[in-house]
Design a protein around this ligand. Structure first.
Ligand code: SF4
Ligand code: SF4
Length: 485
């Protein structure tokens, strides 16, 4: 008998190996049970309420049954419901962000990452505050408002004080009409006290990828360094929440372990956060293993194809409807385009995955020496923005909730109250307008202004519509920025 308890604070009890194995056996046994599958699909479908939408989500067992099912007709239905959820809760908006690499010094031995300690071929680099400022200006000049900072784990080179100093530099760098309004942080698992410091520094989401939920594999993939401690790593989100960070972002690196195991673990982790803290993860990222300096993805035998990857993403959308799904430039344009219709709500654009990769380089120049992984989608931000609009998605640079102190489960409340169309939607249009006026190419501007005119008409509250229209005119005709609902 195993000890599974989603409310436990012990990693091995809330991500319980026995429960995952039983879940996988249960999913295998029921994957052709059409009556059960139809019931699960019906449960996942978004339901219209008086003024908004409601969605029940799925348990890890239910979602695992869907993931195990190979019937093409069922898979099409999963995709369709994922799209329905996306449209009901997120509309046609896609939030834009960029990563900013601060330092690739790292004391860990992760076998899938070129920053691992034993890699002697990769140059080591850590940005000075002057360099951080230069990177931020370069990112602002592209049009970015939301960053995810990344740094290896190294108490000597990248202590928490260094990270805090960088956050301060980022927020205080003002250049032309630019501003970074939300800094999400992707650094190693740390203490409650350090999480409190990050909270006090005004971070948005704290992101930490689990890499794999399979403990034995985890220990083999992280043979040395503090990250070797599976429990300390897996329990990090509980410490972050204890430190006052309401928004946390989960993710596994698909390709390291068997995807069905990872998927069950990921949904169980979300259930655990909900059970203990009353709020699930703010985001889930879906990175896949990629080639880099001394890393060859073919050395790992659990790689997943594009169809499986799409199915995983859609099943996540059904299981945790109120959690944002992030896809990075690790994936190419085709894969990203496909997943945008299956529930992805955030994408990066114009990304550089090297330390100091933005300042001093033109849009088509990219330094490879300190890259963490190969960027598959190498288009500029302007090209990504134009492409999103070509497919009917509104690129959004909105950071309003975080700045208005609407953290934790605010997105769920916004959805349930039916106010998305009068809040997220105008915020998306106003921030898109800022981008178009300040940074876009003439062709992108033309597309964007036409989209804004059409989308303004969808706002249902006449007062909100009037204010949004006025703010958009102000953005076009003055340097006034940062309007928000
Ligand atoms: S994945 Fe993170 S912790 Fe591991 S080697 Fe790379 S930078 Fe270091
Ligand atoms: S208003 Fe809040 S929930 Fe809506 S897009 Fe902006 S930050 Fe996100």
């Amino acid at each position: 008998m195993f000890n599974y308890n989603p409310k436990s604070l012990k990693a091995e009890e809330f991500i319980n190996d026995g429960e995952i194995r039983e879940t996988l056996a249960y999913a295998e046994a029921h994957k052709n049970d059409r009556a059960m599958i139809d019931e699960i699909l019906e449960k996942a479908r978004p339901k219209k309420t008086g003024n908004g939408w409601n969605c029940a989500g799925l348990t890890h067992r239910e979602a695992s049954v869907l993931l195990a099912c190979d019937d093409p007709e069922v898979i099409e239905k999963i995709y369709k419901i994922a799209e329905e959820i996306k449209l009901a809760f997120y509309g046609n908006r896609i939030v834009i962000f960029a990563p900013l690499y601060l330092s690739n010094y790292c004391v860990n031995g992760c076998v899938y990452c070129p920053y691992h300690l034993k890699n002697k071929t990769i140059p080591r680099k850590k940005l000075t505050q002057e360099e951080v400022r230069a990177e931020v200006i370069a990112l602002q000049d592209m049009g970015h408002k939301r960053l995810a900072i990344e740094a290896g784990e190294d108490p000597k080179n990248n202590p928490i004080e260094y990270i805090l100093e960088c956050i301060n530099t980022i927020y205080s760098t003002q250049h032309k009409n630019g501003a970074i309004r939300r800094v999400n942080v992707n650094i190693a698992a740390t203490t409650v006290e350090n999480y409190r410091k990050l909270r006090d520094a005004g971070i948005g989401t704290y992101i930490l990828f689990q890499e794999t939920y399979h403990k034995e594999s985890y220990e083999q993939l992280h043979p040395t360094g503090p990250k070797h401690d599976y429990c300390y790593h897996t329990e990090a989100m509980d410490r972050a929440m204890e430190g006052g960070i309401d928004d946390v972002g989960l993710g596994v690196l698909f390709g390291l372990e068997l995807y069905k195991y990872e998927f069950a673990g990921l949904i169980m982790h979300a259930e655990h956060l909900e059970a203990v803290h009353g709020v699930g993860p703010h985001t889930i990222s879906v990175p896949r293993l990629k080639r880099a300096d001394d890393i060859d993805p073919d050395q790992f035998d659990n790689g997943i194809d594009d169809d499986t990857f799409a199915k995983i993403t859609a099943c996540i959308r059904l299981a945790v409807p109120y959690t944002g799904i992030i896809i990075s430039t690790r994936e190419n344009e085709t894969v990203r385009g496909r997943l945008l219709n299956m529930g992805v709500s955030q994408v990066s654009g114009g990304s550089r995955t090297s330390v100091g990769g933005y300042a001093g380089y033109s849009a088509d120049e990219r330094p490879h020496d300190t890259e963490q992984f190969d960027v598959s989608d190498q288009r500029s931000l302007d090209e990504v923005i134009a492409w999103l609009m070509d497919y009917g998605h509104i690129p959004s640079f909105c950071t309003a909730c975080y700045r208005e102190g609407r953290t934790g489960d605010r997105f769920m409340s916004l959805c349930k109250s039916g106010q998305i169309i009068n809040c997220c939607h105008p915020n998306a249009l106003m921030t898109l307008c800022e981008y178009l006026v300040d940074y876009a190419s003439p062709a992108t501007k033309e597309k964007g202004f036409a989209m804004i005119d059409a989308e303004l008409e969808k706002i249902t509250n006449p007062k909100v519509k009037e204010i949004a229209k006025k703010n958009i005119e102000d953005i076009k005709n003055s340097n006034r920025r940062d309007f928000r609902f």
